[in-house]
Design a protein around this ligand. Structure first.
Ligand code: ADP
Ligand code: ADP
Ligand code: ZN
Length: 217
């Protein structure tokens, strides 16, 4: 099973992708995580991407599409994957269709997490992650059970993304509406689009997604 989670920054794509990975034996492919790893390693892609990401703009389609194509070739992707953060433009969606057709693969579901834009700033600016295991947290909506200690690995260091500051969030939401929202009618025309209420509690969103994946409804 191969699926896409669509939605603006902060919609809960990463949170839900991690939950579905375990439940359905899929692998999460997050182009944002991949780019942050490139930036950290100081690679050529990372050097190009860093400033663009800090401005809240999108990496050129050719760069990101090549990176995604190489990732889908990895053996673990053969189990089925959840695309989180890709595609983000119509050319990326078209390139993905060609890539999948070439491999004889299909997209089983494209699921939109529908959220209220005004609330996204709060979601994004409260986001932080365990530095050791990558578990996601939120200042208001998901705090560790013991303050300062990761529930999953016991780590005590946490990180915040450079682009999760209030100044950049507006640019990222604008990029979503201008460049990514046109993918909703694109997938609707392919009869693949489903929408769930991304403003509900995390576990309710997970249940809605599980229902779609298990019944196709
Ligand atoms: P995305 O990958 O779409 O950018 P994340 O999954 O990283 O979004 O979620 C953004 C922030 O909001 C995180 O701090 C996460 O813990 C929190 N969050 C995710 N889903 C919900 C939800 N349904 N309700 C409240 N907070 C949420
Ligand atoms: P979020 O879901 O919270 O917006 P991501 O982690 O998916 O954030 O992406 C962070 C940044 O990485 C984006 O603002 C953009 O600069 C870059 N990026 C990630 N995926 C893509 C993509 N498919 N195309 C272009 N840029 C991307
Ligand atoms: Zn941890």
């Amino acid at each position: 099973m191969n699926l896409i989670l669509l939605g603006p920054p902060g919609a809960g794509k990463g949170t839900q992708a991690k939950r579905l990975e375990e439940r359905f034996g899929l692998v999460q492919i997050s182009t944002g995580d991949m780019l942050r790893a490139e930036v950290k390693s100081g690679s050529a892609i990372g050097l190009e991407a860093k400033a663009i990401m800090e401005r809240g703009e999108l990496i050129p389609d050719s760069v990101i599409t090549a990176m995604l194509a190489a990732r889908v070739e990895q053996p673990d992707a053969a189990r089925g994957f959840i695309l989180d953060g890709f595609p983000r433009t119509t050319p990326q969606a078209e390139a993905l269709d060609v890539m999948l057709a070439g491999k004889g693969l299909v997209l089983d579901h494209v699921i939109e997490l529908q959220v209220d834009d005004a609330k996204m700033v709060e979601r994004i600016s409260g986001r932080y992650t365990c530095a050791k295991c990558g578990e996601g947290y939120h200042d208001t909506f998901k705090q560790p059970k013991t303050a300062g200690v990761c529930d999953v690995c016991g780590g005590t260091e946490f990180t915040r993304r450079a682009d999760d500051k209030a100044e950049t969030v507006g640019a990222r939401l604008a990029a979503y509406h201008r460049q990514t929202a046109p993918l909703l009618p694109y997938y609707e025309a392919q009869n693949k689009l489903r929408s769930v209420d991304g403003m509900a509690e995390m576990s309710a969103v997970t249940s809605d997604l599980e229902r779609i994946l298990t019944s196709g409804a």
